[in-house]
Design a protein around this ligand. Structure first.
Ligand code: MN
Length: 233
């Protein structure tokens, strides 16, 4: 096959302890997966049961990934860029209608990620019933640290998830507080799309999201899954 210009190479995540990289196919994100964050966003508490999970996407080339301090460009068209620290799931398997029981076998590994958000654009979109894409899927909006294979780190279901900005703790939650757990998220998402090797899933953020400005230094971590560092430039 020949192309009219060279195809864009896939984005990828470096894998801890390996020289190989994990090639990224698509980036899915879960909305409002921690009750404390749903509350701070003004979403109504469900008195009983869980609100079904909902998903949005970022383009695969929105990914900024690696070890060391990642440089992330402050995006245009916003005065309210916000951080959301999240556990990122990387799939090496896939399929449609994956069962909760079979879901862990589809996981290659886990990373710490940031779902960067132009909150002002997202809020306007919510108001008008418009899509979230320009609030969520802008250039460099998906940040991720080193990928840790599940063969080494297991499948974390609990443990601290935290984020500091310029040394100040802003987000401090626990994976156990996720409304929908990772295997349930995979199972639900696979009802809507056929999942595939290379897919990433950002699994939602705990409370404490907040504004970023140029020059901010971020450090984030998840127990058992390492940490990431980034600077807004
Ligand atoms: Mn998020």
């Amino acid at each position: 096959m020949s192309f009219v210009f060279p195809p864009f190479p896939p984005g990828s995540l470096p894998v801890a302890g390996l020289r190989q990289e994990f090639p990224v196919r698509r980036i899915f994100c879960v909305g409002r997966n921690y009750a404390d964050h749903a509350r701070e966003m003004g979403a109504v508490d469900q008195a009983e049961g869980r609100e079904p999970p909902f998903f949005f996407m970022k383009p695969a080339d929105a990914l900024v990934a690696g070890d060391g301090e990642l440089a992330v460009a402050y995006p245009p068209q916003t005065a309210d860029l916000q951080h959301e620290v999240e556990l990122v799931v990387a799939l090496a398997g896939g399929g449609a209608d994956i069962s909760v029981e079979a879901a862990p076998a589809a996981v290659y590994g886990y990373a710490v990620g940031l779902d960067l958000t132009r909150r002002d654009l997202q809020a306007r979109a919510k108001e008008k019933g418009h899509p979230w894409d320009m609030g969520k899927g802008f250039d460099q909006s998906a940040v991720a640290g080193l990928l840790h294979p599940a063969s080494v780190c297991g499948h974390p279901a609990g443990g601290r998830i935290w984020l500091r900005v310029n040394g100040t703790l802003r987000q401090d939650g626990d994976l156990a507080a996720m409304a929908w757990k990772v295997p349930e998220i995979i199972a639900r998402l696979s009802r809507s799309v056929r999942l595939a090797p290379g897919d990433l899933i950002y699994t939602g953020t705990p409370a404490g999201v907040g504004r970023l400005v140029r020059g901010d230094r971020l450090e984030a971590g998840v127990d058992g899954v390492g940490s990431l560092r980034a600077r807004i430039v």
